[in-house]
Design a protein around this ligand. Structure first.
Ligand code: PEP
Ligand code: MG
Length: 758
């Protein structure tokens, strides 16, 4: 903004401040506002149109016929005023009649005015009215004058909201640039349907005060906020604060560039000089950038724009002290969460009863946030490009994660069709729930063990709901992820004891903490502050636990004490070589010794297991097998290592198929190598929870699966129809001479045999 605009705006704001503080009613205030603006901008006409009952109504004017007030009304999109509201964009015309959208309203007596400038009055990113000025003389308004109008429009937005002049319902959906239904496509991460309302993980701030009392104080607030924001951005680099993914680096670089952009700080300071509060100044600058960017149709730039939005929102939150996420700010009961990406700990903060769905701009099938969502039973749609530009806080959404779509501003017909699908999906779920007491036995009489994955106390209830055979994978790190500090031993013991008690006589395989990779703990300094280039292949899981052996000792004690008098099943994640198992086992042995020396009660039996996630371990199974009682194949990590494809990188999310001969042959080899040994082999990665993949695994000789609870019903249904010896034979043939598309071949094989795939 130039000096002239700053002064013009400040002059108007000072006078508006007095108007707003006065005790007159809202209409009288609007009447004064048009006089003040008209005078300050030397404009013959100044008018305010507000949205009422879906129409833009002339609420106050200086210069047009007073009889037209509350009489002249136009639809959004109609005439110049309607166009400004629809596009949420300013118009500045030397000759109004020359514009194709011009529409003459005789009752206003506006025919003598040639020039016209108007700006939208915006609330929550939507136009709720229009402020316009007109001149007899045909000349364009100067940019500085339009700037001043835009600043004034912000003040007006505050005034009309406080005075309840617009109806909240009336403006929903108006002026978003698009009013019809829009369906966005993404990638199914967790299946399911949900209808609800968009809630941003990091909510937009509602600005309470627009006009500043003390400009210098506002400047100081912005300086402090910038300092804090820069600190946060620097810290993100070491903590992966905003989730995970290969795009992380790029985003961070852009964040840094914006955080230190002098142009940005300068523009905010100028807006403060014109009389705005720090919050309003940040928002004002953001609005201006948004409008400018809208004219540039470049998807790459649009992405960067979201980064700036994120940062601007962050700055707003710091300056206004509203720091929480939607999880901590009173979540509505039909929330569909919108975010670029989330960390697992961030998602765990949400109340699962209120969270109906999650939509991410990034995300991949086996990232931990998605595993957490699956465990929470919440559908997730990922990889939705331009999500945050198209969906706004409060939008009604139809999320169809089965079909990988989300619909915004749905028509009645769409809502009806969706409700029908929702009803059918509920019926299907009810049918699966009815399989609770059905024992998973194949058509040819083979008993398949179907267990569930869990991680939180509440998850254990799923054992009863699904009738599963046990918990094949209890991810103990979830307790660490939801805690603000390292959970003390007593808390760990209590959780493990409660889980075992609730599970009754069904087994629970506890996996010791798998921290690192995309599961970082803010309170556990990682790698002594050194950034890891490849955290998934870095210092994680058992590698951390063995080095920080205090961590493993405490957990071993907690597990041994919790399992007093019972059988303890414990397994270690990310074992790469047999000695790592020995070292971990030694920690348990010494804790057991300690408990015995204190005459404490110990478990009746301890069964040890390992997760097979690192391909190297498969080469040493002969060494390891005699030492363990069970082995669990973690296909999430195993496939990322087999394919050298980061499981959390959204760009690789669809690249490799679980039904690839490489994976299937690899698993078959493990099964064969362990044949005849007293080692139970289970698959506990996400692969096993999908019907077709589970069928393939059974074909490889796998008889034990540990899966997400929602998959138990669908798997029981599939198993009941499956002929195990037939699929084993077919699989032998396919793996000997792999068909081009094994997925397709397997699907036809299943359908021909009456196996209904969901
Ligand atoms: C796996 O890697 O397959 C697994 C089950 O462990 P997590 O997903 O917790 O890494
Ligand atoms: Mg794993």
């Amino acid at each position: 903004m130039s000096i002239g605009a700053v002064e013009a705006a400040r002059n108007i704001l000072t006078r508006l401040h007095e108007v707003m503080a006065s005790r007159s009613n809202a209409q009288a205030k609007l009447n004064t506002v048009v006089e003040v603006i008209g005078e300050c901008l030397h404009s013959e006409v100044c008018s305010i149109y507000l949205l009422r009952e879906g129409m833009l109504e002339l609420f106050a004017t200086r210069g047009l016929a007073q009889e037209a007030v509350h009489v002249t009304r136009m639809a959004v999109g109609e005439g110049l005023v309607g166009t400004i509201a629809e596009d949420i964009e300013a118009l500045n015309l030397a000759e109004a009649t020359a514009h194709p959208d011009f529409m003459y309203r005789p009752e206003t007596g506006e025919d003598k005015f040639h020039s016209f400038a108007g700006v939208p009055i915006v609330r929550r990113e939507r136009a709720v009215g229009v402020l316009s000025v007109q001149h007899v003389e045909p000349r364009r308004y100067e940019d500085i004058e339009v700037e001043a109008l835009q600043t004034v429009a912000m003040v007006l937005a505050e005034l009309i909201t406080n005075a309840d002049l617009i109806d909240e319902v009336d403006y929903s959906g108006v002026g978003s640039g698009q009013t019809g239904p829009e369906t966005l496509r993404g990638l199914t991460l967790v299946k399911g349907l949900a209808s609800g309302v968009a809630v941003y993980h990091q909510p937009r701030i509602t600005i309470e005060h627009v006009v500043a009392e003390d400009t210098e104080a506002e400047r100081q607030r912005v300086i402090l906020a910038f300092d804090k924001m820069r600190e946060q951005v620097e810290r993100m680099a070491s903590q992966a604060e905003f989730g995970v993914g290969g795009e992380h680096e790029e985003v961070l670089a852009t964040y840094k560039m914006f955080a230190y952009d002098e142009g940005w700080t300068r523009r905010i300071n100028e807006a403060i000089d014109s009389g705005l509060t720090a919050e309003a100044a940040i928002e004002r600058v953001q609005q201006r950038t948004r409008m400018r960017m809208r004219q540039i149709d470049d998807p790459l730039l649009a992405d960067r724009m979201h980064d700036l939005e994120d940062l601007s929102n962050r700055l707003l939150r710091i300056v206004s002290g509203q720091l929480g996420t939607a999880a901590t700010m009173g979540l509505r009961s039909d929330a569909i969460l919108i975010a670029r990406n989330l960390g697992p700990a961030e998602l765990l903060e949400y109340d699962r009863r209120r969270l109906k769905g999650v939509i991410l701009e990034e995300g991949s099938l086996t990232s931990h946030v998605v595993i957490v969502a699956r465990a929470m039973g919440v559908p997730v749609l990922g990889r939705v490009r331009g999500l945050r530009g198209k969906v706004r806080e409060g939008d009604q959404l139809l999320l169809d994660a089965d079909q990988a779509t989300v619909t915004v501003r749905a028509s009645t017909g769409m809502i009806d069709a969706f409700d029908t699908r929702l009803g059918r999906s509920r019926e299907r779920q009810a049918a699966y729930a009815a399989l609770r007491d059905v024992v998973p036995v194949s058509a040819d009489g083979k008993r398949i063990t179907v267990m569930i994955n869990a991680g939180l106390r509440d998850d254990v209830a799923n054992l009863g709901l699904t009738g599963a055979d046990g918990i094949g994978l209890f991810r103990t790190e979830f307790q660490f992820l939801v805690s603000a500090t390292l959970p003390a031993r007593e808390r760990q013991t209590r959780l493990y004891r409660e889980v075992m008690e609730q599970a009754g006589n069904k087994p629970v395989m506890f996996r010791t903490v798998d921290i690192g990779g995309d599961k970082t703990l803010p309170y556990l300094r990682h790698n002594d502050g050194d950034d890891e280039e490849n955290p998934a292949m870095g210092w994680r899981a058992l590698r951390v636990a063995l080095e920080r052996d205090g961590l493993l000792k405490v957990q071993a004690r907690a597990l041994l004490e919790a399992a007093a008098g019972r059988t303890l099943n414990v397994m270690f994640p990310m074992v790469s070589e047999p000695w790592e198992f020995d070292a971990a086992r030694a920690v348990f042995d010494s804790q057991l010794e300690f408990l015995r020396s204190r005459r404490k009660r110990v478990p009746e039996a301890i069964r040890y297991g390992v997760m097979l996630e690192v391909p190297a371990l498969a080469e040493q199974l002969d060494v390891l097998a005699p030492k363990i009682q069970f082995l669990s194949i973690g296909t999430n990590d195993l496939t990322q290592f087999l394919f050298a494809a980061d499981r959390a990188n959204p760009k690789l999310a669809e690249r490799y198929d679980w039904l690839s001969p490489a994976i299937l042959r690899f698993i078959r080899r493990i099964v064969r190598n362990l044949e005849g040994q007293a080692v139970d082999v289970t698959v506990c990665g996400e692969m096993g929870g999908r019907q077709l993949e589970a069928l393939a695994l059974i074909g490889l000789g796998i008889e034990r699966l540990s899966i997400t609870p929602a998959s138990v019903g669908p798997l029981k249904a599939m198993i009941g129809k499956c002929d195990v010896s037939a699929i084993r034979e077919a699989m032998e043939g396919w793996l000997a001479a792999p068909p081009e598309n094994l997925r397709q071949v397997l699907t036809s094989w299943a359908t021909e045999r009456g196996i209904v795939l969901d």
